[in-house]
Design a protein. Structure first.
Length: 419
């Protein structure tokens, strides 16, 4: 292009110079040369400038209307080629940027759909821009964009800060909610994000379930103990002194044993609720385990471990081991199986194991969940209490099937500082 202009200017210049220097040339000659130059330019302009610029304008128009796949021909040399190249790079950049925005938009809307918290977005005039399914569930209806925050009953939450949970009653649900609102922009326009987190409901449901289990288990156990006590007492009353001394003694012994069982049972719950910080003292592990073994009267408990002094809360550790040995006893009592209580020093602490050759623990993730039991008269707190005790000492407790033979092994580990 530049060359074409240069050529045209040169022809005109030579023509005029020749007219001045060569008087013999006719006067129209320079004019003919000038017109030829202008024709030359007119021939080059559309081919080299107007058409390429026209196609670049088209590309820019396509980019402006978000058609980012269109590209300009960048194989021309010179300034026009460079311009085309730059426009193509601009379109590439916009395309990559647009893709990233679309992907994060998609992620955001997926999150909003999946999240179980009611989320609303409102524009600056407090009209709904979007709401997720949890918000629709709370409002009890499908929500259309444009509906006012006032109509939804959340107008107050868009400006005011609420540090405490707020009681809300909506068509689709009610509860206590923590309210959070944050400003943000969509396409440069100010919007407000409103998130409601229910604090009462979920906790309430869990608590209700725990209370129901507690009442069920307590009711069952109290009935188990009170029913025989009542019936023995009625028998004693009905006999009106006709029973001999031995029979009366036996009946009273039964009443005392049931009352004891009930006492122990209720004591287990109380211990779980009020487990104090361990009072650490020196304790002979051999003596402690011997006491535990003596309490299991249904089967013999084999003891195996070195003589050693441990620094623990002896009452708590004894309680934990009583629970584990009782469970092992429960597992084998019917078949007169074996229970072994063994302990050993490990590099980093003491490992106490209670092994039995019963059926092994049930396949459940709830063994340590309060009130989980598979036994008709079970309380479901024994394992949990033992684990709490281990943890209060900085240790852990688990219950697994044995690898060497059928049965269960409860492992209680206490860390070094308690040796
Ligand atoms: P409970 O003994 O009152 O049922 P626990 O919390 O002590 O309560 O035990 C929970 C459950 O774990 C038991 O009901 C039983 O199913 C299982 N379990 C515990 N120890 C053993 C064991 N040694 N062998 C088999 N199952 C066990």
């Amino acid at each position: 292009m530049f060359m074409a202009m240069l050529l045209a200017a040169l022809i005109v210049l030579i023509a005029w110079a020749s007219a001045l220097l060569i008087p013999a040339l006719p006067a129209w000659a320079p004019w003919v040369a000038a017109i030829a130059g202008v024709f030359l330019l007119a021939w080059f302009m559309p081919a080299r400038i107007v058409r390429p610029l026209g196609s670049l304008t088209n590309v820019l128009g396509a980019v402006r209307s978000h058609d980012l796949a269109v590209r300009a021909r960048a194989d021309r040399g010179g300034v026009v080629g460079e311009l085309a190249h730059e426009i193509n790079r601009l379109a590439d950049g916009l395309r990559a940027h647009g893709l990233a925005i679309r992907q994060s938009d998609a992620l955001l809307s997926k999150l909003m759909q999946e999240i179980d918290l009611p989320i609303f977005t409102f524009d600056s005039k407090h009209r709904l821009a979007a709401a997720n399914p949890a918000a629709e569930r709370l409002c009890g209806t499908r929500l259309k964009a444009g509906i006012s925050a006032q109509a939804l009953g959340v107008e107050d939450f868009l400006d005011q800060t609420h540090d405490e949970p707020v009681k809300l009653e909506m068509t689709g649900g009610a509860g206590r909610f923590l309210i959070r609102h944050r400003p943000f922009r969509i396409g440069g326009e100010p919007h407000t994000l409103l998130v409601l987190t229910e604090v009462g409901g979920a906790l309430g449901a869990e608590r209700r379930e725990a209370w129901q289990s507690l009442v069920r288990v307590l009711g069952h156990e109290i009935n188990n103990s009170l029913a025989p006590i009542k019936s023995i007492a009625q028998t004693l009353l009905a006999a009106e002194g006709e029973l001999d001394e031995a029979e009366v003694q036996e009946s009273l012994r039964l009443i005392a044993s049931r009352a004891d069982a009930l006492d122990r049972f209720v004591g287990g719950y109380a211990a779980l609720a009020r487990l104090p910080t361990p009072k650490i003292t020196d304790c002979e592990l051999e003596n402690l385990t011997a006491r535990v073994a003596e309490l299991e009267t249904r089967v013999e408990v084999e003891l195996d471990g070195p003589s050693m002094t441990v620094r623990v809360d002896a009452d708590q550790l004894e309680q934990a081991l009583i629970n584990l040995v009782k469970n092992a006893g429960d597992a084998v009592a019917e078949d007169q199986g074996q229970v072994r209580l063994q302990w050993s020093e490990q590099d980093s602490g003491i490992l106490i194991e209670v092994l039995d050759n019963g059926p092994g623990p049930p396949e459940s993730e709830n063994l340590f969940v309060p009130f989980f039991t598979t036994k008709p008269g079970g309380s479901g707190v024994g394992l949990l209490l033992a684990r709490r005790i281990a943890e209060l000492h900085g240790g852990w407790l688990n219950l697994e099937p044995r690898h060497d033979q059928p049965g269960a092994v409860a492992r209680l580990w206490l860390p070094d500082q308690f040796r």
